[in-house]
Design a protein around this ligand. Structure first.
Ligand SMILES: [Zn+2]
Length: 292
């Protein structure tokens, strides 16, 4: 009898212990999953999908985006919607998925020009363009291109080739890529809202990429191993002298602030004085501008 009681108590303890372990595992897993998504998207991962899709670019983007408009207006928002002004669906085409960035001021000095997940370009923004390196078809804002050319020439004199891989991308092209990815996700069974949120972890929402502004260049490679190259070493030493900064640094604090993964290849023009200052302070552009 006594033995039986003891066995019962032990069994209860074991069962409870197992339950606690299961709880810890599940909750811990959820936290890890959440953190994993914190530093997406990688705005440059668009380049590969862009290239692979460019041949089939693409059938019904028009109809997809127009259906997004109609879906948006009929999307039953949460309860707070009645107290908020109606969403301008032309200004915020992805508001239904929670993307309602501020529209950035494009009439500021390039040192203060901010484009990120919180500050988006006006719809269909198109800068005046110029060849980043003469004879290539990679373009930048015409105010930035001469600085890239100067940096390119200086590196060349040191035996380094700063191949311009990806500069300006049109708002329209970004929208096509984004819409294609949404369509893919919907084919896989997600509804449009879910499909949009998932697409945004891989491709920047149109207007929130510095490439849409023509202010950034992806140089040489879109691989993290670029940080071990002599080209990267040269850039680390000299880019600021030509007005460019490493926009998405490696350390965790910077990644948290920019919301973007480490991109050793992505250089943003801010002007020479500002670039030198940012480099000396070791901060992100967001911190420098007081927007972090
Ligand atoms: Zn880039």
């Amino acid at each position: 009898m006594n033995k039986k009681m003891t066995a019962k108590v032990i069994r209860t303890i074991v069962v409870q212990a197992v339950l606690i372990i299961i709880t810890i595992t599940v909750v811990g897993g959820a936290v890890i999953t959440h953190q994993k998504y914190k530093n997406t998207p990688d705005p440059d991962s668009t380049t590969s999908s862009q290239d692979s899709q460019s041949s089939s670019e693409v059938t019904d983007t028009q109809s997809t985006s127009s259906s997004s408009m109609s879906q948006q207006s009929s999307e039953p928002d949460d309860t707070t919607s009645s107290t908020q002004p109606p969403v301008d669906s032309d200004k915020y085409p992805y508001a239904y998925a929670g993307f309602m960035p501020e529209i950035t001021d494009v009439n500021v000095d390039l040192s203060k020009f901010i484009v990120n997940g919180k500050y988006s370009l006006p719809k269909n923004y198109k800068p005046t363009l110029a060849e980043a390196v003469k004879g290539t078809d990679v373009m930048l804002d015409y105010r930035v291109a001469p600085y890239y050319q100067a940096m390119y020439d200086a590196a060349k004199a040191d035996g380094i080739t700063l191949t311009p891989v990806s500069g300006y991308r049109s708002y329209e092209r970004q929208t096509n890529n984004f819409e294609n990815r949404i369509a893919q996700n919907m084919k896989a069974g997600l509804d449009r809202k879910e499909a949009t949120i998932k697409a945004a972890t891989v491709i920047m929402v149109p207007g929130s990429s510095e490439h849409n502004a023509g202010l950034a260049m992806d140089i040489c490679s879109l691989s993290e191993s670029f940080e071990n190259s002599k080209e990267f070493e040269w850039l680390s030493k000299n880019a600021a002298n030509y007005g460019f900064i490493l926009r998405y640094p490696k350390d965790a604090k910077s990644r948290e602030i920019t919301g973007v993964v480490y991109e050793p290849w992505h250089y943003r023009f801010v002007g020479i004085d500002t670039a030198k200052d940012i480099k000396a302070k070791g901060v992100t552009l967001e911190e420098y501008l007081g927007l972090a």
